[in-house]
Design a protein around this ligand. Structure first.
Ligand code: GLY
Length: 396
């Protein structure tokens, strides 16, 4: 039964059941899954399939990206990783497109004594969390990945952390949405409309309004500043800049790396993600600079310097692209999924470092919620209301 059937029944048939603000991978997967369940679905975005997915490396790294204090998020990350093989197969079939999904595993390595101590701590945390990873000596790491620097002191082999190409994922979701009957409005949203204490649709930047039974705000880092959303409902999402490089591995150098390689170099997280088509993605900076998406000489220098320490041969490769994107970060690094305090307005945002990984589970829980009005148990800890109640408890 439709969550807002009583409301939806009061509006003409031509209006969508669900209007999604934002056509990045999170908005698209929500739209695709909703349309599959029979909901009339509209996505508003000037360029569907764009956004952070055009920059992201696409690591599906629930185990190697584990951080202290993120145990609850780990549960959702693992659940989405578990759904990935079936999700990728279904989406490839629905879109007729290759997603660059690669079950290659990940190797996290240490370059000096401090990095090694850090990695040992991560290994202990992984073991306490019941995760599978194997400690390797430097020699064993180099046997797996011969391009690694001779100085590599040890590493963690994680065979369950894979990768997908986020650009292909986004393109496939656009096609799957179109084939499932999702309506795309290629425009910016100027404002949310609220009538009688309920979200009823949006005003478009080019003029005109769109009504809908339910509105989902899935605008990534922009989600925290949509006009018309009451202040106490606006999601506490901020942009965190990440600069990312793309290089190309010529045939003669292949295979340069056979799996994702990660490291913490002098406290900075570095990853190298090799695609089957020869692309090598190197990331990423993490910068609290608001809406700035400038690619800086310093950012590129630091990434190349650290990557060169890890894999000296990288400086031989053509550098084909430099780009910066904005991660949509929330105060606890976890996404906001489900209803807000404003009836009719729901959130699917704040996925921070895990948007690509969390795409399957986000689509499933949002479509389930939009269809039934019930948020599935796995999304329970991620309701947006966890932040509104905290705010209400703060002294004014
Ligand atoms: N998950 C990778 C990043 O946020 O850079």
């Amino acid at each position: 039964m439709h969550a807002d059937r009583a409301f939806a029944d009061t509006v003409p048939d031509v209006l969508p059941d669900v209007l999604i603000v934002g056509g990045g991978i999170i908005g698209l997967v929500t739209a695709w899954r909703s349309a599959q369940r029979g909901l009339r679905t509209t996505v508003v975005d000037p360029a569907p399939g764009g956004g952070a997915a055009q920059v992201a490396a696409g690591m599906l790294a629930a185990v190697t990206e584990l951080h202290y204090g993120e145990q609850v998020l780990l549960g959702l990350n693992l659940e989405s990783a578990r759904r990935y093989p079936a999700f990728a197969a279904e989406l490839a079939e629905a879109s007729g497109q290759d997603l660059g999904y690669r079950t290659c595993g990940t190797l996290a390595v240490a370059l000096d004594a401090d990095d090694r101590a850090h990695l040992r701590e991560l290994h202990a945390l992984q073991q306490r969390s019941g995760l599978t990873s194997e400690w390797l000596t430097g020699r064993e790491c180099r046997r797996l990945e011969p391009m690694l620097a001779p100085g590599v002191r040890g590493g963690l082999r994680v065979d369950g952390d894979h990768q997908i190409d986020p650009r292909r994922l986004a393109a496939a979701l656009v096609t799957a949405c179109e084939r499932a009957g999702v309506d795309f409005r290629r425009d910016h949203v100027a404002e949310l409309t609220v009538r009688g204490g309920r979200a009823t649709g949006v005003v478009l930047a080019a003029g005109g309004a769109l009504g809908a039974g339910q509105v989902v705000l899935a605008a990534g880092s922009l989600s925290g500043k949509l006009a018309g959303v009451p202040d106490d409902v606006l999601p506490p999402v901020r942009p965190v800049k990440g600069q990312v490089l793309r290089l190309t591995v010529p045939e003669a150098f292949a295979p340069f790396l056979s799996r994702t390689v990660r490291a913490v170099v002098r406290g900075s997280h570095l990853y190298l993600v090799p695609r089957e088509n020869g692309e090598l993605v190197v990331g990423a900076t993490s910068e609290e600079l608001g809406w700035d998406t400038t690619v800086t000489a310093g950012g590129v220098y630091e990434l190349l310097r650290d990557a060169h320490e890890l894999v000296p041969g990288i400086t031989e490769l053509p550098l084909t692209e430099t780009r910066a994107g904005l991660r949509p970060a929330s105060p606890d690094n976890a996404p906001l999924l489900g209803p807000t305090a404003l009836p009719g307005l729901h959130l699917a945002t704040g996925h921070y470092r895990n948007g690509v990984l969390l795409t399957p589970v986000t689509g499933d829980v949002m479509a389930e919620f939009l269809t039934t009005g019930e948020l599935p148990a796995e999304a329970g800890p991620f309701t947006p209301r966890r932040f509104s109640s905290a705010r209400q408890e703060q002294p004014v």
